[in-house]
Ligand binder design. Structure first.
Ligand code: NAD
Length: 493
C-alpha cells in the first residue's frame, strides 16, 4: 500500500488544507509510484511560518555548540542509513547507485563540517580609533529562511542549506522539488529523529508557483536560499522584495583540452563530466573546447568509449548512465539534438531515445560545433555534449567565457603557464586543472558568476556567511562620551 506523506510542520506530520495530493515516480520505471504527497497551498506555508517563528525564539538562543550536537547526530543517522537512502536517491532521481551513495555522503560531510562551525562562527576584533573602546563583529541568525531546492541532488542540496541555516541559529521552511519529495521527506524524518526541535525545520511540499511563490514573498521570511533554473532564480529575485537571497543557478560548463594534454586523462574527465548523473549536474560538462591538433584523435577515443556506455536502471551494477528525471527532460534533450542538427553541427553519436521503457536518452556527442550555436550556449541538462574546435589557448578562453553562465570550468594541459592563464582569465566560480568540471568538496565554497548566481556561495565558510548576518559591536569602557572621526584627532596629544 502506497504511503501518503504529510507536510512536516511544528514537529508533526500534517495534511494540507487543500485536500489535494500528487505522486512521485521512479524515472527508470515510470509506472512505479513511490509515494503520495501533499499538494499544499498558501495556508500550509502560513502554518509553517508560524511554527518557524515560534521555534526561532528557542533555537536561536541555544548556544551554537549545542546546536552542533544535533547536527552531529544527523550526520550519524545519515551514516547509519547511507545504503537505504542512497538506494532511495537512485530510485526516485535516477542517478546510478554509486552516485546515489555519493549524494548521501555529501550530506554526511556537510552536516559534519557545519557542526564543526558551531565552535567557531567567527566574527573578528579590531582596534578602535579611540582609547578604551572595543570593536568586534559577531555572527547572528537571519531569522526564518525559505529553502527551495531542485531534484538533481535530492539529499545533498537540502543538506547543504539546512546544515548551514541551522548551525547559524535560523529556522527554516523547506519546499523540495516535486520530482523528489520522498528523499526530502526521509531527510526531514531523520532530522526529527536526531532531535531537531519542533518548528525548527518545516517542510511543505507542492508546486513552485504557489508554495514557492508564497515562501519567497512572505514578509516574515527574511532569507531565501534557492537552487534551480536561471528563469526561476530571476523570478525569485524580482519578487522576493527586500530579503537576503542566495541563488545557485545553471551552467554551461566547459573542459578545455590543449594540444599538450594527457588525452587519456582528459577522456576520463569528459566521460565523467558529460555523462555522470546523465548530464544532470549544474556542473556537468556540456562543452569540450578542443585544440584542433588533437580534435580528430580525441573524437575517435571518445566515440569508442561512449559506444560502450551502458544505459539502464541506476540500481543495476552494469549501468553507467541512468534515466533522466522525467519525460519532459527526455523531450528537452531531444529538442536540442534537433536544434544542433539544424544548426549544422556534426552528430558523432547518439541523438535518439533507446528502445527501452523509462526516461532514457542515448549519450550524444556533437562535433564541429561553433560558439554561437544554441547547443553551445543553452543549458540542456541531459547527456548531450558539444565539441568546439579552437586554434589556441586565447581562443579557447574566449569561447569558454562566451556564454551567459559561469559555474565550473576545467583545463587539461601539461603546461603550468597555460593552466594559470586559464585560472586567471576564465569567468567561473569553480575551476579545475587536469580534472573534470564536477567534484565539489563541502569545505570549499561553491557557486558561480554571471547568470549562474547573484554572488553568494554555499558550503565552506562562505556558506556560513550566506546564512547569517554580521552585527558590528562597539563597547566603550572609557566612561566618557567619545566621538568617532572627531576625537580621533586628539588621541596623539
Ligand atoms: P527549477 O527552477 O525548475 O525548480 C527548482 C525549485 O524551484 C523547485 O522546488 C520548484 O518547485 C521551485 N519553483 C519553481 N517555480 C517557482 C516559483 N515561481 N517560485 C518559487 N519556487 C519555484 O529547477 P530544477 O529543474 O528543479 O533544477 C534544475 C536546475 O537547477 C538546472 O538549471 C541546474 O543547473 C540548477 N542547479 C544549480 C545548482 C547550483 O548549485 N548552481 C545545483 C543544482 C541544480
Amino acid at each position: 500500500m502506497l504511503r501518503v506523506w504529510s507536510n512536516f510542520i511544528d514537529g508533526k506530520w500534517v495534511r494540507s488544507s487543500s485536500g489535494k495530493t500528487f505522486k512521485s515516480y521512479n524515472p527508470a520505471k515510470p509506472s512505479q509510484t513511490l509515494g503520495i504527497f501533499q499538494q499544499s497551498n498558501e495556508q500550509d506555508v502560513e502554518r509553517a511560518v508560524s511554527a518557524a517563528e515560534k521555534a526561532f525564539l528557542f533555537w536561536s538562543d541555544v548556544p551554537a555548540p549545542g546546536r552542533a550536537r544535533v547536527l552531529f547526530k544527523i550526520r550519524d543517522l545519515l551514516t547509519k542509513n547511507k545504503q537505504r537512502l542512497g538506494k532511495l536517491v537512485t530510485t526516485e532521481m535516477g542517478k546510478v547507485f554509486a552516485e546515489g551513495l555519493g549524494d548521501v555522503q555529501e550530506a554526511i560531510d556537510v552536516f559534519e563540517y557545519m557542526a564543526g562551525e558551531g565552535r567557531r562562527l567567527f566574527g573578528h576584533t579590531t582596534p578602535s580609533e579611540l582609547r578604551d573602546k572595543f570593536c568586534m563583529t559577531v555572527r547572528q541568525p537571519i531569522g526564518i529562511i525559505g529553502l527551495i531546492t531542485p531534484w538533481n541532488f535530492p539529499i545533498a542540496i537540502p543538506a547543504w542549506k539546512m546544515s548551514a541555516a541551522l548551525i547559524c541559529g535560523n529556522t527554516v521552511v523547506f519546499k523540495p522539488s516535486s520530482d523528489t519529495p520522498l528523499c526530502a521527506a526521509e531527510l526531514v524524518k531523520l532530522m526529527n529523529k536526531a532531535g531537531v526541535p519542533p518548528g525548527v525545520v518545516n517542510m511543505v511540499t507542492g508546486p513552485g508557483e504557489n508554495v514557492g511563490g508564497t515562501i519567497i514573498k512572505h514578509p516574515k521570511i527574511h532569507g531565501i536560499s534557492f537552487t534551480g533554473h536561471k528563469d526561476t532564480g530571476n523570478y525569485i529575485l524580482k519578487n522576493a522584495g527586500i530579503k537576503k537571497v542566495g541563488l545557485e543557478l545553471g551552467g554551461k560548463n566547459a573542459i578545455i583540452i590543449m594540444d599538450d594534454a594527457n588525452l587519456d586523462l582528459a577522456l576520463e574527465g569528459v566521460l565523467w563530466g558529460a555523462f555522470g548523473t546523465t548530464g544532470q549536474r549544474c556542473t556537468a560538462t556540456s562543452r569540450v573546447i578542443i585544440h584542433r591538433a588533437v580534435q580528430h584523435r580525441f573524437e575517435q577515443m571518445l566515440l569508442e568509449r561512449v559506444h560502450k556506455l551502458q544505459l539502464g536502471s541506476g540500481l543495476s551494477k552494469d549501468t553507467d548512465v541512468g534515466p533522466l528525471i522525467n519525460q519532459a527532460a527526455v523531450d528537452k534533450s531531444h529538442k536540442y539534438v534537433q536544434i544542433g542538427k539544424t544548426e549544422g553541427a556534426t552528430l558523432l553519436c547518439g541523438g535518439g531515445r533507446p528502445r527501452m521503457k523509462g526516461c532514457y536518452y542515448n549519450p550524444t556527442v556533437f562535433t564541429n560545433v561553433t560558439p554561437t550555436m544554441r547547443i553551445a550556449n543553452e543549458e540542456i541538462f541531459g547527456p548531450v555534449l558539444s565539441l568546439i574546435p579552437v586554434n589556441d589557448l586565447n581562443e579557447a578562453i574566449e569561447v569558454a567565457n562566451g556564454v551567459e553562465y559561469g559555474l565550473s570550468a576545467s583545463i587539461y594541459t601539461q603546461d603550468i603557464n597555460k593552466a594559470f592563464k586559464a585560472i586567471k582569465r576564465i569567468e567561473s566560480g569553480v575551476m579545475y586543472v587536469n580534472a573534470s568540471t564536477i567534484g565539489a568538496e563541502v569545505h570549499l565554497p561553491f557557486g558561480g558568476v554571471k547568470n549562474t548566481g547573484n554572488g553568494t556561495r554555499e558550503a565552506g565558510i562562505e556558506g556560513i556567511h550566506e546564512f547569517s548576518e554580521v552585527k558590528t559591536v562597539y563597547v566603550d569602557f572609557s566612561g566618557k562620551l567619545q566621538k568617532a572621526q572627531i576625537d580621533v584627532m586628539k588621541v596623539l596629544k
